[in-house]
Design a protein around this ligand. Sequence first.
Ligand code: NDP
Length: 277
Amino acid sequence: MTDRYAVIGNPIEQSKSPLIHMAFARVTGQDIDYGKVLGPLGEFAKTVDAFRAAGGKGMNVTAPFKLDAFAYATDLAPSAQIAGAVNAMKFEGERVHAENFDGVGLVRDVVHNLGCPLRGQRVLLLGAGGATRGALLPILAEQPAELVIVNRNVTKAEALAALGRQHQSGQVPVQGLGYEQLQGRQFDVVFNATSASLTAELPPLPASAFAPGALAYELAYGKGLTPFLKLAQQAGVTRLADGVGMLAEQAAEAFAWWRGVRPDTHAVIAQLTVPLV
Ligand code: NDP
């Protein structure tokens, strides 16, 4: 029998998850169906209950329901616990197992697909929202030389830095700062994990923050050269990437978790890539 999966969000029309997971199913020979579920606001639990009652095996979760999924889960993986948010669920009888694969997806894209090890690198994360929360421990696990989180609301950056210091297994220095405190500092890898690009805005990042040879990574995807990537390019950065690989890699993690087989992501990334021009 065909196993059913879906992504739930609101809005959901834009989601690439069905395309990605059905492509994975074809190349791995898995008999699944993967759809989109529009969750009415305030009715997350009711909507997921109905999907489970109809035999659904698992779901991806996108905005604005990642916190609702956190509350709904019965068994939270450490990745979800630390992130305080859930992006994948697996249903087994009464149990709802929950994971957050965004951070591991990001790190896998950077390290494996882009060939940029984070070990020993000075890493800067812009933003202190859900994406940064998810990325925090997977980045620290790579043992960078340092990790700086910068945010307009500095209190949020400081809180996430404290979380990182508390939960990491290594001794990586982690700081939470305001943008003005970046003057005179340089980084080898700069992640834009703010939502500024979704409205074509530029975080107040000094162009001097990019070290020679730096990687500028935009977590948003499908938007071409965002204001952040333009700033990096004007600062002489030649290694530019957006979040399409992160999207594909978090999907591959979920697929492997559900189906026990890890699909190759290259074809899907090539299909979804929008040129950075
Ligand atoms: P949140 O809403 O949780 O956090 C938004 C963050 O952006 C906050 O820290 C906010 O700062 C900051 N911000 C917003 N506008 C600006 C601005 N103009 N200048 C500076 N900072 C700004 O968003 P998420 O963490 O969920 O998402 C962040 C990004 O990551 C989005 O672009 C999203 O598309 C992308 N993403 C990509 C994924 C992928 O698979 N590729 C997966 C998940 C997310 P403040 O607190 O000061 O308001």
